[in-house]
Design a protein around this ligand. Structure first.
Ligand SMILES: [Zn+2]
Length: 467
């Protein structure tokens, strides 16, 4: 479906967003994603999928809603486009904003959390800022409604949908196997670990902490010690014909969780590596299943995608009871690679898992990337074809030397460094004339016009011969 809004409505709504903080899912933190979501809610009455902004181009089905463009040298954005910055931004999660205006060389966008103000009080508001294009970068251009008299009138009286308060979900985490009333099963054992204890000690408490930090209620099967075995308990209930007081039957009746995740580690030959997600074959994979699968792919690796099964007790029973359930094999306990990865990255790994369950990034840092490189020790000879000011330091504020020492048409200097500053490329050089100062001097050799900001793509104020 095309947007319910015309182009004119979209742009005027977009302009009205500046200076306000948007958090349509009401989840903890006013992230860059929330602004895009608010805009998409206004346009389509539904939000966008993705744990982080960089997921947006591939996790959503934009057929009939929008065109996704990947940036090229000649691409020019349009006001109203949703722009996705790659994973160099937002500490690996990407960044998203909405284009207010654009030229071939830059985009002015509205954005949240560029500075890291997602958790400030008050939070960082939607702010107008100008950025260069980058590679890769994606632009999502909505299909707007055709302008008619009817929708022009309607839009004035109809505000964007208001999200209801998010109280968080009730999430049950289950450690596979266990030492319970009816059994003592360590699960798979290898590399000095057993599945039962490893997940209880290292994985589940961390996932719980991250989920609680964003307002969810987390219930551990078997309580704090997790000293119960969901599989054995459910089986026992079936054996004695009691379908209300044991295992998943008890969970359904007493806990009523919104989400259940059961944790395991796989076992096979030492070469087998990677995790996967198992679901009941009664329901298609949902967003949590897909996000967990993606989180495995971004961390320990995955051996296969989301896998429906009809031969596992807990998957079958939850399928029948209509409980939202999946079992995650975090990797192979028999794989040195997998266990090394997991034990060396416990916090970041469990955070990714928790984010997949949460549906959105937790604790979003600034979208702004860390400082990028601006100085390269590249050598060459620059010959000027016009008069160029010479300075004692690079940049437009560098102190100028006296005009008779500026470069004139035909003068050349050998340089040993190029510097990106103030929209220009600069070179560092020493004068070649005998008796000149032996200090370093700087001059601009061109303006930066290349979209990729590569000096070798520019037209210089003279000639450069690279060494
Ligand atoms: Zn297991």
């Amino acid at each position: 479906m095309t947007s319910i809004r015309t182009y004119k409505q979209a742009i005027s709504y977009l302009k009205s967003m500046e200076g306000h903080a948007y958090n349509p899912d009401n989840a903890y933190g006013v992230q860059c994603f929330d602004l895009a979501n608010q805009y998409w809610l206004y346009l389509f009455n539904h939000g966008l999928k993705g744990v982080g902004a960089a997921d947006i181009p591939t996790w959503n089905n934009f057929t009939n809603e929008a065109t996704v463009y990947e940036n090229t040298q000649s691409f020019q954005a349009l006001p109203g486009d949703v722009v996705i910055f790659n994973r160099n931004y937002g500490e690996g999660y990407g960044h998203v904003g909405i284009v207010l205006k654009a030229t071939l060389n830059s985009i002015t966008i509205l954005e949240q959390n560029w500075l890291g103000g997602a958790y400030w009080t008050p939070p960082e508001v939607a702010t107008r800022r100008t950025h260069g294009y980058d590679f890769p970068m994606w632009f999502i251009r909505p299909f707007y409604a055709k302008s008619t008299k009817l929708n022009a009138v309607k839009s004035k009286s109809k505000p964007a949908r208001k999200a209801k308060a998010n109280k968080g979900k009730k999430i049950m985490l289950v450690a596979g196997h266990g030492k319970g009333a009816y059994s003592n099963d360590p699960g798979a054992v290898a590399n000095g670990y057993n599945e039962r204890d490893f997940n209880r000690k290292n994985i589940i408490p961390r996932v719980k902490k991250y989920l609680e930090s964003v307002g969810h209620t987390v219930v551990l099967y078997g309580g704090k010690t997790m000293n119960q075995d969901l599989y054995q308990d459910t089986r026992y209930g079936q054996q004695v014909g009691n379908y209300s007081d044991y295992g998943l039957y008890w969970v359904k009746k007493n806990v009523k969780p919104d989400i259940i995740v059961e944790f395991h580690l796989d076992a096979a030959s030492p070469q087998a590596s990677g995790g996967h997600v198992i679901i009941s074959d009664r329901y298609p994979a949902d967003d949590i299943d897909k996000a967990l699968s993606s989180a495995l792919g971004k961390t320990v690796g995955k051996i296969r995608g989301v896998t429906p099964r009809n031969d596992l007790l807990n998957a079958n029973v939850t399928g029948r009871l209509n409980l939202n359930y999946r079992l995650i094999e975090l990797g192979f306990i028999t794989s040195k690679h997998d266990m090394n990865y997991i034990t060396n990255n416990l916090d970041s790994f469990t955070k990714r898992i928790a984010e997949a369950i949460n549906g959105r990034q937790i604790g979003a840092k600034a979208s702004k990337p860390k400082e990028k490189q601006t100085v390269w020790n590249w050598k060459g000879k620059f010959t000027a074809d016009r008069t160029i000011k010479v300075r004692k330091s690079p940049g437009l504020n560098g102190t100028e030397v006296e005009p008779r020492s500026w470069l004139k048409n035909g003068n050349y200097v050998p340089f040993d460094q190029v510097i990106k500053k103030d929209g220009h490329w600069w070179v560092r050089f020493k004068y070649v004339q005998p008796g000149s100062s032996d200090k370093d001097f700087y001059c601009a050799v061109c303006k930066i016009t290349d979209k990729e900001q590569k000096i070798k793509n520019e037209k210089y104020w003279g000639e450069i011969v690279w060494k």
